[in-house]
Design a binder for this molecule. Structure first.
Ligand SMILES: Nc1ncnc2c1ncn2[C@@H]1O[C@H](COP(=O)(O)OP(=O)(O)OP(=O)(O)O)[C@@H](O)[C@H]1O
Ligand SMILES: [Mg+2]
Length: 463
């Protein structure tokens, strides 16, 4: 592909000379005469190289380079400068310029600098595209994960995309069941609508008319005929959320639709045929519900054609840093860079069990992003359950080679330290001095650790 070069120079002769020397089959050249116009051009098109003069009326080259760095634009910058202004060149390079040319321009040297810059650009583009691909690999229809089991599920969804097989999604609250249902629908051909029904939110009679529609006059408030969700989802997908919560009577009605692919509206006799995919979700184990005789076995088998079991977040802790970064970007204030997370805060998050799974993590990050004053979220900006989680509740962490060994050694050391202090506090009945003796540490250092680990020493005090 032909690469693009942008020349920024207020001297038309200078830019015409550069254009003559550089324009070729491989390189197209555009010229602007000030920094402001250069920024506009960079915003509207991708340039590989930018050659800029430093002194220009309006926005000069130095400010242009500053802006390019601030906006993280991926263009390789070369500055041109009159002979003898080395200080300014040094400053430009410090700000991010890649190379410089002194005027009058020597054509041989120009070629050399350009070749070098183009090679560097190629390498950088390769890194960028790799990064992009990596990002894409971690996200499937906006479901972010690098967990092996999740990737197997993505593969399964791709595989079944073109079919109409019924899918049952099981997973604890907040694990992303709704996201998976959307992915199943949108990974398909995209014909028809995705229509969702929260089965737990409606009383039985309303649910029936919501699902199957009703004829005019079929009940007191039915003043007109109304299509139900099954009809609206024809040729598409119906998402039956919280399926574990429907009554036995509704279970029987659903079974019939799944078996016969037809139904009647409430108060009607016309048999309505539908051709759609059913996706059902529940945070209960339907198999257990069947065992407890709360869920019909025959309906369970109809739904359980393809089963997707979403692992809880505590079984895919390698996703926590990835999700945290994602949510920090999502909840960054407009025109502000996303906040960072201190290593201690990240450790706490990695060691918490997240019973509310990804939704709970998202809420914690949203709250921390809004309430943290500086640019870094610390442990004390996180909800108290996360930072104060007792050691015994912490799951054993999974080793992920994305973190260096010292990261895990630190977590392990902290866990042992906390456990030891808790035992010593118990034995010393909350007496910090005695606890310090037992630990073989100074009283000051123990006090520091007690507050670091947010240990509440009062339950240990003798009554
Ligand atoms: N892997 C993920 N990547 C990014 N966001 C996620 C991921 N999983 C879940 N979320 C986000 O977490 C929140 C909860 O997800 P979702 O509503 O799909 O969960 P759920 O399993 O349906 O929960 P519930 O059982 O409470 O209905 C949503 O805001 C969703 O966008
Ligand atoms: Mg849900």
């Amino acid at each position: 592909m032909r690469k693009k070069l942008l020349i920024v120079d207020d001297d038309p002769q200078g830019s015409a000379q550069l254009r003559r020397l550089l324009e070729s089959e491989e390189l197209s050249v555009e010229v602007v005469d000030n920094g402001q116009d250069a920024l506009a051009a960079l915003a509207s098109s991708d340039y590989s190289i930018l050659i800029t003069d430093l002194r220009m009326p309006g926005m000069g080259g130095m400010d242009l380079i500053r802006e390019i760095a601030a906006r993280r634009l991926t263009v390789t910058v070369i500055v041109t400068t009159a002979f003898g202004s080395i200080d300014r060149v040094v400053e430009a390079m410090r700000l991010g310029a890649y190379d410089f040319l002194t005027k009058p321009i020597d054509p041989t040297y120009l070629r050399l600098v350009m070749d070098r810059a183009l090679k560097k650009r190629e390498l950088q583009d390769e890194v960028l595209s790799l990064r992009q691909r990596l990002k894409e690999n971690f996200a499937f229809h906006s479901i972010i994960s690098k967990n092996k089991r999740m990737h197997e599920l993505f593969e399964l969804i791709r595989h079944i995309a073109g079919t109409k097989s019924t899918v049952l999604i099981e997973g604890e609250t907040g694990t992303g069941k709704e996201l998976i249902a959307k992915a199943i629908h949108y990974a398909g051909e995209g014909r028809g609508n995705l229509v969702a029904v929260n089965c737990a939110a409606l009383p039985e009679t309303l649910l029936e008319s919501e699902l199957f529609g009703h004829e005019k006059g079929s009940f007191t408030s039915a003043d007109s005929r109304r299509k139900g969700r099954f009809e609206l989802a024809d040729k598409g997908t119906i998402f039956l959320d919280e399926i574990g919560d429907i009554s036995k009577a509704m279970q029987a009605k659903l079974l019939r639709v799944l078996q016969e692919k037809n139904f009647e509206r409430v108060g009607g006799h016309e048999c309505i045929e539908v051709d759609l995919r059913v996706v059902a979700a529940t945070n209960k184990s339907l198999e257990r519900e069947v065992g407890l005789s709360k869920f019909r076995e025959d309906l369970f088998y109809r739904l359980n054609v393809i089963k997707i079991e979403l692992p809880p977040l505590r079984e895919r802790t390698e996703d926590i840093p990835l999700l945290v970064t994602h949510f920090l970007q999502k909840y960054a204030r407009p025109n502000e860079p996303p906040k960072k997370v201190s290593p201690e805060a990240m450790d706490r998050m990695l060691n918490y069990s997240w019973p509310g799974n990804i939704r709970q993590l998202e809420n914690a990050i949203e709250r921390a992003a809004v309430t943290t004053v500086g640019d870094t979220i610390n442990a004390d900006n996180l909800p108290h359950q996360v930072v104060g989680a007792p050691v015994e509740e912490k799951p054993k962490f999974e080793i992920d080679l994305d973190h260096p060994l010292p990261h895990y050694l630190k977590i392990a050391t902290e866990q042992i330290e906390k456990e030891y202090i808790l035992k010593a506090l118990e034995k010393s009945r909350g007496n910090v001095g005695r606890c310090a003796e037992l630990c073989g540490l100074s009283r000051r250092s123990i006090s520091g650790k007690i507050s670091q680990y947010t240990i509440d020493k009062y339950p240990f005090k003798a009554s």
